[in-house]
Design a protein around this ligand. Structure first.
Ligand SMILES: [Zn+2]
Length: 442
């Protein structure tokens, strides 16, 4: 057992207490609940890890940063995390209060345990452990704690661009999301982007009797369904002109990394009660790296019971995940133009927008991070989900590596969010090894 492992074992209960205290500070960016106290607490956590803190105004919720210098000439690492959380959701589905951390069966339950307080706290505790065990850090560190990740980080890229001089770093790392379901440990080299939107089609002022009005009054639900069927075919192909402008093919090294990632499709599907794959081409890992269009929900606003009516309004909530090279602005325009051509009376409202991000497997520090995470670790070219990492890769020009620490069933965004405590403690050791690995490679 090395010094860091021993330190983490000895300080286990203190680290759990600090996580519980952090979870007990609500920080719901969508509603503002607790955000001011949360920024203060984030600042305090940075101080406890020996980082000089700063609360940076963004025009929205502040970005809380902390910096510590490493030895002269050592690399400068940016650690990205977010201190805001999703709203608690339906309280009756929580087995313990969302903002009261509770330990059951080796897991800590509470909103933000996995997404993302437990994960960035593991990184902060790694900084503290390195300082306490070795007397100094292996590299310079700047921690960025975003207060707006759960609302799409609308101000992050502009804020980071404004901090360009002090963020003149060499590499960035983040820990968020669950580990890969089929293989761990993995290092994520990128994330897909996202564009989410809502299409509304209106009919009469109020629902109409389908016998008295059928064939006479247009049905907004049918119009919406016909529109959606022009957007994606039964073969899984997206039919929106120009949505994929800019998409770049995987490099040979990315393709090799993708193919090396094991996946058991049958087991994966069975785990969520499925016996068939979606109507698209390619292996599971290829599908997760490609653009996708999902209908998230379809409603007529008054469909709680079956009444024989023509609804007054039909709404589809959708999202597209963007592959490397796609731009949110191009996708927004392509969707807008498609809807205008096929159903001009439909209204489209765009919500979350995040650019995709990509770091190549042979970028600086890639091998060092991979080795630090584990001898058998593999690269994942792009995580299926979305994070505002483009602010680091495009905004600051840094190679960026994701090291997810949470259990697959962390239930992030859902009731009973949880983080396996053994993963929290191991995550501190992993985060310390990553900083040591980067320091050695510098
Ligand atoms: Zn989240």
């Amino acid at each position: 057992m090395d010094a860091i492992e021993q330190y983490v074992a000895e300080h286990g209960s203190r680290h759990e207490r600090e996580l519980a205290e952090w979870v007990a500070v609500p920080s719901v960016s969508a509603t503002g609940e607790g955000m001011a106290a949360a920024a203060d607490h984030a600042r305090e956590l940075l101080v406890r890890s020996g980082l000089a803190p700063r609360v940076v105004e963004t025009g929205g919720w502040p970005l809380v940063t902390g910096h510590a210098e490493g030895p002269a000439g050592s690399p400068h690492v940016v650690i990205y995390g977010h201190y805001d959380v999703q709203p608690a959701g339906p309280l009756e589905e929580w087995h313990s209060p969302p903002f009261e951390a509770t330990i059951r069966d080796g897991r800590m339950y509470g909103r933000g345990t996995g997404d993302n307080k437990g994960q960035h706290l593991a990184q902060l505790l790694a900084v503290r452990a390195l300082r306490d065990c070795h007397g100094e850090l292996p590299c310079s560190v700047t921690v960025l704690l975003d207060g707006e990740e759960e609302i799409g980080s609308p101000n992050l890229t502009a804020t980071l661009t404004g901090l360009r001089d002090e963020l003149d770093a060499d590499v960035a790392v983040w820990s968020d999301g669950p580990v890969n379901a089929a293989f761990e440990p993995t290092v994520s080299l990128g994330v897909r982007g996202v564009v989410s939107f809502e299409i509304t089609v209106r009919g009469a002022r109020s629902p109409l009797h389908s016998g008295n009005w059928g064939n006479v009054a247009p049905n907004p639900a049918w119009e919406l369904v016909w529109l959606l069927s022009t957007m994606k075919g039964p073969d899984g192909r997206i039919l929106i002109d120009g949505y994929d402008t800019g998409t770049v093919p995987l490099t040979a090294a990315e393709r090799a990394a993708l193919e090396a990632l094991p996946v058991d499709a049958e087991q994966l599907l069975a785990g969520v009660g499925l016996d068939r794959l979606d109507h698209a081409d390619g292996s599971v890992n290829e599908r997760l790296a490609m653009p996708t269009l999902s209908i998230n929900s379809l409603t007529c606003l008054d469909n709680n019971e079956h009444r024989t009516v023509i609804p007054a309004v039909a709404v589809a909530r959708c999202d597209m995940r963007l592959a490397c090279g796609q731009r949110t602005s191009t996708v927004v325009e392509a969707v807008r133009a498609h809807v205008a051509r096929h159903l001009p009376q439909a209204e489209v409202q765009f919500k979350a927008l995040m650019e995709p991000s990509r770091t190549l497997p042979d970028a600086p520090y890639a091998e060092a991070v991979l080795k630090a995470v584990g001898d058998n670790a593999l690269f994942e070219p792009a995580m299926g989900g979305s994070l505002p990492i483009a602010g680091l890769t495009e905004g600051l020009g840094l190679p960026c590596y994701g090291i997810p620490l949470a259990n697959v069933d962390e239930r992030n965004h859902a009731p009973n969010e949880n983080f396996e405590l053994r993963r929290f403690h191991d995550g501190i050791v992993t985060a310390a090894r990553v900083l040591l690995g980067i320091g050695r490679a510098g």
